[in-house]
Design a protein. Structure first.
Lengths: 315, 421
């Protein structure tokens, strides 16, 4: 039982990290209609900037400076890259961000090399906060959880209670009307894009030292973030939260409960094939299937409920 | 009769070129290169059935290419073990096509309900799922190592064994020609036209009584069929298939080929596949930064020439058709712009190469050679020279670009003022 709690806790942690990425992505998507393929690349940039800044200054400076730089980079890419492409339609914009993801990955390799950089958890928080039932809970993991929950609350408050949030929500549902009220829509787009990228940057700062800061980190996480926003329902922040937690917990539990399909077949009284080409289907365990699970959930969701959990529009 | 002959001319010329190529470029490297380009042309054209003609942007089309490859390799191995009926290697690509078609019908049913961003996302999901599965189902896909076979099954018609690479080249060239012709003719059928209509305005297509989803599904399935043929040819050519062939890397590569070549015209993907694979196979040995250059080229094409290379050519077609002499005044402004572009690009390449060298240098022994000159990336000299070239080139691009545009505007206005013929 204790071990389940431990697995769930790790799942929640991973899920909140996914949510930090997904929230920015879904905000950008619902406002601009642009699916930012390079979103995970900004996550990676956050981690690398944090590494560089914590080399020179310290982790706390990185926590605040790195996301700001990532946000500015994002806003710059929107202003001088994405905006001129806007007139060619959403598919061209999507292709543009796909190209940007390639370029960012290569630039990162060019500057920091192809091997992982030693971005470490700050010494202050490397110890265990408490030990319970034989499991160590490190301070840093709890800190990650606190940061991501704090950002979720702040984001929710910003969108619900402030004037800027009001304008953003209005621009999401009807940009033309908001423009006629005198708001500069391209500028709102630019800063929303930058803000979304900064959120991904925060995730990079707090997650980079746990997941590993390397050039492949963007490609590994990017597609899962897309899965999160589709399952949650495009444009729904609450949906993104639920879907992120769901995927986080399910994948962690699957790894934790190393349960084989073969034993299921045996308990059903079926004969199992242990030699042929199909032997994998009986030998396979849930831990091995874990990386496939998010995509399987995506496909099932698209077949049975194309709007996602809380979406208001069809995928 | 004359028009029929006129229509057939490009195809006969194409066939003649395919037959002649191995006699002109006889090296082993060239032969492998041409074989690989031939099957990539089939893959790129199949991909453009989706992107250019059907308006569906896929990030996972390598799934059909790769799965057909896996199936082909297994089938060849099974023939050795005499577990399956014998099929000559000449016809194996057709089997790969059917595998592609099968998965295309299956996955297409779920994913073609919508086009645009939605379709793109679903295709990515399937692509990632299959890639992850190749690493999980070890008996079928053998993880990161992939699976291998021997393509020589024995003698076929006219004593062909597919042992020597030249015979495989002609196998690929033949299938490439047949598939290209088939896909070209497909664009001329009512289905090809209605597929274009679904791309441009699905709502109106529904009004005249077609189901736009079914049209997309059909286009998707057919495209997967041709992708499967290309995948089987790849398996026969390399005799190995790994998870790279189904992964998003392969899907991205075909997307780059098609988009840089140009999606709007039929020849665009052919140009793109030829150029990009040629560059890839020659440049990967020379520079570490090839993927960066590819990405920058792709982003540049999206921003400045959305029509791709074929689009640049067809921009000048009306001028050339009206009167070839009208192209003459374009020469000077174009070459000025091109010169500026080359200076800028050379400068940027120098800077990038030096940066890469600094970050990935393994020992102090090796030296960096750029443009045949030894450049020390730890002294200020080369940095200043390359930075100056890049800045100067960028400045010159800004200065010469309006001239090139206005020259084209004048020429096209002149061409339109003249009656055709």
């Amino acid at each position: 039982m204790e071990s389940i709690i431990f697995a769930v806790f790790n799942g929640v942690l991973y899920g909140m990290l996914l949510f930090l990425l997904a929230s920015g992505l879904t905000l950008i998507f619902s406002m601009m209609g642009v699916l930012n393929f390079a979103h995970a690349s900004f996550f990676m940039l956050g981690a690398y900037f944090a590494y560089q800044i914590s080399e020179g200054l310290n982790f706390w400076a990185a926590l605040f400076i790195a996301p700001v730089i990532v946000g500015l980079v994002g806003a710059g890419i929107e202003r001088w890259g994405l905006r001129p492409v806007h007139r060619y339609g959403h598919v061209a914009e999507l292709l543009f961000t796909f190209g940007v993801a390639y370029v960012i990955e290569e630039l990162v390799q060019m500057i920091w090399g192809r091997v992982p950089v030693p971005y470490e958890i700050p010494e202050l928080m490397s110890g265990a906060l408490f030990t319970w039932q034989g499991f160590d809970y490190s301070i840093y993991r709890v800190f990650m959880l606190v940061v991501s929950v704090a950002i979720f609350v702040a984001l929710f408050a910003l969108l619900t209670y402030t004037r800027i949030g009001l304008i953003i929500r209005a621009a999401v549902s009807d940009p033309v009307h908001v423009a006629t009220l005198g708001h500069d829509i391209p500028r709102i787009f630019m800063w929303t894009f930058g803000f979304g990228c900064a959120l991904a940057g925060v995730a990079g700062v707090v997650g980079g030292n746990v997941l590993g800061t390397e050039p492949a980190m963007a490609i590994q996480l990017g597609p899962i973030v897309f899965v999160v926003i589709v399952i949650g329902g495009l444009g729904s922040l609450g949906g993104a939260l639920v879907a992120a937690l769901l995927i986080g917990i399910v994948t962690r539990l699957a790894i934790f409960y190393d349960y084989g399909l073969g034993s299921l077949f045996l308990s059903l009284g079926l004969e199992i094939d242990t030699a042929g080409l199909l032997r994998d289907f009986t030998r396979i365990t849930t831990a091995q299937v874990a990386p496939v699970l998010p995509y399987l959930m995506l496909v099932l969701m698209l077949i049975f409920k194309p709007r996602g959990l809380f979406g208001t529009r069809d995928v | 009769m004359n028009t029929l002959l006129g229509r057939l001319t490009p195809w006969i010329a194409g066939a003649a070129v395919l037959i002649a190529l191995p006699h002109v470029f006889t090296s082993g490297f060239a032969l492998t290169l041409m074989s690989q380009i031939g099957l990539l042309i089939v893959f790129a054209l199949a991909y453009n059935m989706l992107l250019g003609q059907g308006g569906m942007l896929s990030f996972g089309h390598a799934v059909y290419f790769g799965l057909a490859g896996y199936f082909t390799i297994h089938y060849l191995n099974f023939i050795y073990e005499e577990q399956v009926p014998y099929i000559p290697v000449t016809l194996i690509p057709l089997l790969g096509g059917l595998v592609g078609l099968f998965f295309g019908i299956l996955i297409g049913y779920v994913s073609t309900r919508r086009a645009g961003t939605t379709f793109a996302m679903i295709s990515l999901g399937f692509g990632e799922m299959v890639t992850a599965l190749t690493l999980v189902l070890v008996a079928i896909f053998n993880g990161e190592d992939g699976i291998q076979t021997d393509r020589v099954l024995g003698e076929e018609l006219f004593g062909i064994t597919y042992g020597p690479n030249i015979e495989v080249y002609y196998l690929i060239a033949g299938w490439c020609l047949v598939c290209t012709l088939a896909m070209f003719l497909l664009t001329r059928t009512p289905f090809g036209r209605i597929s274009n209509a679904v791309r441009d305005n699905p709502e109106r297509v529904e009004f005249i009584g077609y189901s736009s989803q079914r049209i997309r599904w059909l286009a998707f399935s057919l495209s997967s069929f041709f992708a499967g043929i290309a995948g089987a040819l790849h398996a026969v050519n390399i005799e190995h298939v790994g998870f790279e062939q189904v992964s998003v890397i392969q899907s991205g590569l075909v997307l780059f080929m098609v988009y840089i070549g140009g999606t709007a015209s039929f020849v665009g993907p052919i140009i793109g596949a030829t150029l990009l694979y040629f560059l890839q196979s020659t440049l990967t040995g020379v520079t570490e930064a090839w993927v960066l250059y590819l990405g920058v080229l792709f982003v540049g094409v999206i921003m400045f020439f959305p029509g791709g290379l074929a689009g640049l050519i067809s921009m000048h077609q009306p001028i050339w058709r009206a009167r070839a002499r009208l192209l003459a005044p374009l020469l000077v402004p174009y070459s000025r712009f091109l010169a500026a572009l080359i200076v800028c690009v050379l400068g940027c390449i120098g800077l990038i190469e030096m940066l890469y060298f600094r970050s990935s240098r393994l020992s102090t022994e090796t030296e960096l050679v750029i443009y045949g000159v030894e450049s020390d990336p730890f002294s200020a000299g080369p940095w200043l020279i390359f930075a100056a070239a890049a800045a100067l080139g960028a400045f010159a691009i800004r200065k010469t670009y309006p001239g090139a545009v206005s020259a084209w505007n004048t020429a096209i206005a002149d061409a339109r003022a003249r009656p055709l013929g």
